[in-house]
Design a protein around this ligand. Structure first.
Ligand SMILES: [Zn+2]
Length: 478
């Protein structure tokens, strides 16, 4: 690989000195970008280091050479956290007097993870490949600018590897209405097409008609296999689309997958599939032109569950089955338990990891009783305080609260219970338990312990009778 490097360095020198850059093929330009950004001299482009700054200067120079307009009056850079990190933002204005105020955002993070244990992590696939694509896509779209109706914003994000800092900063500081962003794309790890055999667009379900446009054969260059996934899942979750998706903006995560030595020192420039990159650029350019001109490009209104902002109110239907017995306040004997069940509506008011949960249940409560089994039909209203995982797609919760229950009917054997003289209609008690959820389902365990007695007076042993129930619950969360 040393040979390739040497030839490359010569090529680079040549192109710099003779200004032959414009005469390089697009494949050679892509190679130049990846070899430059993923060179050992960039020491892994860790955000906040001088090498990240060096990388940003390279990107700015390229865009200046192409004629991309800086997004800001002050230039391309959007610096944040006391000038520590820098997004690089350019714009290719659209040509339609109305649609030019709407934006397509193409992003690729340029930072990587630097050095560890004396080894340089070059991050050629992650994400020099995406930045090279971003630069050349800028050139291609600039050349066909007259065909663009909406404006295209190009962003090389900083500090993605530190937790999507650059993309988060950008979306939190935009100077136009958020609904003017019609699409955001993150190009992250697109250098291993040959190995993966597919270019994946995750998130096509967020755009109305998105799948049809992306998979339209007339936009796909020969030799490229394009795959869409409705929403981002597992391997696509940690990229710059997230802060945009959380605002309800349609997003696409573009990648050839995780075939490359992900976050390993072996992620080097000579392993990148440059022929694949050329095809990927071609396809991105084609569909972006469609997205820029097609007035039907609108949000589908659907968004991956994990991106949904936490709802202030959430709802679920809950079924529960378990057992109930009569606890006697005096003496060692208790009544034997019997199967009891219920069905109800759970509502919840959410405040991040804390929630308030009012519920209403219809319950059939059974218990063994001297002289014959008893059942009562109840309306039970628990009110609980909940501690919960902040992740909305999977997690756990813990709750504690009180309940009120009203017995609207009941029988012992064939006889109606005497609520006038013997049995109480009202019951108060404590409820507590836990649940685990994998959206949209939840399974949990609930305890109910009555504080008030079932009967109006003690029995012959001077004991009061109180209900105690345990339930397994299953809920469907809307
Ligand atoms: Zn990445």
């Amino acid at each position: 690989m040393k040979k390739t490097n040497t030839i490359f360095t010569l090529l680079l020198l040549l192109s710099t000195f003779l200004s032959l850059n414009a005469q390089l093929t697009s494949k050679e330009k892509l190679e130049q970008h990846v070899y430059t950004l993923a060179a050992d001299s960039m020491f892994g482009r860790k955000a906040g280091t001088e090498y990240a700054v060096k990388s940003s200067e390279y990107i700015v120079n390229q865009w200046n050479g192409i004629g991309i307009k800086p997004y800001f009056e002050s230039g391309f850079l959007q610096s944040f956290e006391n000038n520590k990190y820098h997004n690089i933002v350019g714009i290719i204005p659209g040509n339609d007097s109305v649609l030019k105020k709407e934006y397509l955002i193409i992003g690729a993070h340029y930072d990587h993870i630097g050095e560890r244990n004396g080894q340089i992590y070059n991050g050629a696939d992650d994400n020099a490949s995406g930045v090279a694509t971003l630069i050349e896509l800028g050139r291609a779209l600039k050349n066909e600018q007259l065909q663009l109706k909406r404006s295209v914003i190009l962003i090389a994000f900083d500090a993605e590897e530190l937790g999507l800092l650059g993309s988060t900063h950008f979306i939190q500081n935009i100077d136009f209405p958020i609904e003017n962003i019609k699409l955001m794309m993150s190009v992250d790890m697109v250098g291993w097409y040959k190995a993966s055999g597919k270019l994946i667009y995750a998130g096509s379900g967020t755009i109305k008609n998105g799948k049809n446009i992306i998979e339209n054969p007339s936009y796909i260059p020969n030799g490229l296999n394009v795959v869409t996934k409705s929403f981002e899942k597992s391997i696509f979750t940690a990229t710059d689309t997230q802060p945009f998706a959380e605002k309800g903006i349609p997003t696409l995560a573009v990648t050839t997958g995780t075939e490359s030595p992900y976050h390993k020192p072996e992620d080097d420039a000579h392993l990148i599939d440059y022929d694949g990159l050329v095809l990927i650029n071609e396809h991105l350019k084609n569909i972006l032109k469609v997205f820029s001109a097609d007035t039907d490009v609108v949000a589908s209104g659907k968004i991956a569950k994990k991106h949904r902002p936490m709802q202030l109110f959430s709802f679920a239907v809950t079924g529960q089955i378990g057992s109930n017995y009569h606890y006697y306040t005096e003496g060692a004997l208790n009544g034997k338990s019997m199967t009891s069940s219920g069905v109800g509506l759970t509502t919840q008011m959410n405040f991040r990891s804390f929630a308030i949960r009012p519920e209403v249940f219809y319950e059939r409560i059974n218990a063994k009783f001297p002289g014959g089994n008893i059942y009562t039909d109840n309306v039970t209203i628990p009110l609980s305080i909940v501690l919960q995982s902040r992740n909305r797609s999977s997690g756990a919760d813990l709750f504690f609260g009180g309940y009120y229950s009203y017995r609207f009917s009941g029988k012992q054997g064939e006889n109606n219970l005497d609520f006038e003289n013997t049995f109480k209609r009202n019951e108060f008690g404590l409820t507590y338990g836990f649940g685990v959820f994998l959206s949209p389902f939840k399974i949990g365990f609930t305890n109910r312990t009555a504080l008030t007695s079932f009967t109006k007076f003690p029995n012959s042993d001077n004991a009061y009778i109180k209900n105690r129930a345990k339930y397994l619950s299953i809920a469907y969360i809307f």
